[in-house]
Design a binder for this molecule. Structure first.
Ligand SMILES: NC(=O)c1ccc[n+]([C@@H]2O[C@H](COP(=O)([O-])OP(=O)(O)OC[C@H]3O[C@@H](n4cnc5c(N)ncnc54)[C@H](OP(=O)(O)O)[C@@H]3O)[C@@H](O)[C@H]2O)c1
Length: 256
């Protein structure tokens, strides 16, 4: 595993996404991932799987302090009291005293950023949340959010077909984590000929090249979702090779 350093703290560059993982399949995927060496798990109140994620973490027997755990508040719960209540419910379901990162899942309407982020700061002050972040925020909205809380992360769609140059530059300037969701373009990268050719030179698959391209960038983490043992293992196996500057550039050009 490699880490990104954000505000002096190390965050595992690769995590497990859990959107659409439910029931026993979710419990098993989380447990299996942690047993293989994953140390970063992404869920959300909207995914309706926090209980299963919590059971998976408990089942794996990995010390809680070793895991970077993220959940997210949905915009309909952005009012102060709902942020507090929903997040306390999350902690119960996740069977933990704290999450490492709490995100605003999407920009909202109606509730001022100050109110939502103020509630998140209260949760941070009492130790229920270690870091605060946002998701699907533009650079200017991140700037606004930063007036009300220290922003640790912005989670956005990022993969070889979707560039994020402005946010990347901002992440480096402001020292926040840019977490790439849908990093495999929902499985769409696996047949890409450019990624496949680059992979051949390294003895890796197109999917592994797409993930390597993400985690090799400063301040970037990726959270591929996978269900099978084979996919989980393939996605984790991206830390024993480096892409050259030229390979990095040719992958970046796929989005243009
Ligand atoms: N903040 C947001 O608004 C937001 C939005 C979307 C997603 N997310 C987060 O980001 C995570 C990842 O995004 P995503 O789930 O949309 O898409 P993704 O990770 O890009 O793709 C997941 C799909 O790729 C397949 N896959 C996984 N590993 C593979 C491999 N090695 N080879 C071939 N196919 C592979 C999976 O199949 P199997 O499951 O069958 O293995 C699944 O169908 C989500 O789970 C969620 O945690 C956040």
């Amino acid at each position: 595993m490699e880490y990104q350093t954000i505000k002096g703290e190390e965050v595992p560059s690769l995590g497990l996404g859990t959107y659409r993982l439910t029931g026993q399949t979710c419990v098993r995927a989380v447990e299996l991932a942690l047993s293989m060496g994953y140390r970063h798990v992404d869920t959300a109140q909207m995914y309706d799987n926090e209980s299963e994620v919590g059971r998976g973490i408990e089942g794996a027997g990995v010390e809680r302090g070793e895991i970077f755990l993220t959940t997210k508040v949905w915009p309909s719960d952005f009012a102060h009291d709902r942020v507090i209540r929903k997040t306390r419910e999350s902690l119960k379901m996740l069977r933990t005293d704290y999450v490492d990162l709490l995100l605003m899942h999407w920009p909202g309407e109606g509730v001022p950023l100050e109110e939502t982020l103020g509630a998140m700061r209260e949760l941070q002050e009492d130790g229920s949340v270690l870091h605060i972040g946002v998701s699907n925020f533009s650079p200017s909205l991140v700037g606004e959010a930063a007036e009300h809380a220290e922003i640790f992360c912005n989670q956005v769609q990022y993969h070889p077909y979707r560039s994020q140059d402005a946010l990347l530059e901002q992440a480096r300037e402001m020292d926040y984590l840019l977490t790439a969701y849908t990093p495999l373009s929902r499985g769409g990268v696996q047949d890409d000929s450019t990624l496949g050719e680059i992979g051949e030179a390294h003895g890796k698959t197109a999917t592994q090249v797409a993930l390597r391209w993400l985690v090799q960038q400063e301040k970037v983490s990726a959270i591929p979702k996978a269900t099978s043992e084979e996919h989980l293992a393939e996605n984790l196996d991206v830390f024993d090779f480096d892409l050259s500057d030229e390979e990095m550039r040719s992958i970046s050009s796929l989005s243009r």
